[in-house]
Design a protein around this ligand. Sequence first.
Ligand code: ATP
Length: 254
Amino acid sequence: MIQVDDLQLRIGNRTILNKLHFEVQRGEIFGVIGPNGSGKSTLLKLLSGLEKPTRGTVYLDGRPVNSYSRKKLATWLAVLQQSSLPSIGFTVKEVVEMGRYPYQNWMGEEAEDVRPLISSILDKLRLEKLQDRMLSEISGGEKQRAALGKVMAQEPRLLMLDEPTTYLDIGTQVELMTWIQAWKKESDLTVVVVLHDLNLAAQYCDRILLLHQGEVVEVGTAEQVMKEDLLQRVYGVKPYVLKHPVLGVPQILL
Ligand SMILES: Nc1ncnc2c1ncn2[C@@H]1O[C@H](COP(=O)(O)OP(=O)(O)OP(=O)(O)O)[C@@H](O)[C@H]1O
């Protein structure tokens, strides 16, 4: 689904990302982890075509990302960024409906009746009771649910999320990642997700890429990436890596 070939981004005289080679397979949840400033958000911008690399190419479905028109890309690629919602003036339901923009004609009309789709999303994300509330009248966690509803309405084949669990309590973090996992299973969705929480990454990602100072340190399963010496070298703190008692994946204690 995604192929990254010798990617480099320089801004001024600084190299932000360098020598990146990796692939993301169709239908997998691919996590991106790394310390602050390691280049995770910038990588997501390059993968989604928002930024152009200085060298190298990102291929989506076999074609360079920059060869797609923005509108065409929006019918199958959705990006959920932090604070990507309008701050005022819209209800929760209106925000979810905005996900349909790429499919509408210049009059804002669509060939199909999407009302059943919108109500199934509101139902699935427990947003039904909140649907007529303004965004300014709901909590941060509820806003994040509305933002997820918007990208679900877009019905993408590829979803990119930038730290979707920041500011969420542990229950809501697990709920959000579980929805994404279920959605992936139902519709063969491919997901690239930047996460700060290594334990969540190990629990929900099929493979993980560890970035450090703009370069790939390791790409692989949680077992291959979450090793004490590797994490200590990258994060500068000694972690204790234990096995999750139920899932068997590595989990860290500091
Ligand atoms: N437009 C820009 N101009 C110059 N430098 C930039 C620009 N955008 C990002 N950077 C730098 O690139 C590096 C990577 O930034 P990026 O936001 O991708 O890191 P990150 O891993 O997502 O960080 P965090 O975990 O703190 O969100 C940082 O050193 C940042 O200062």
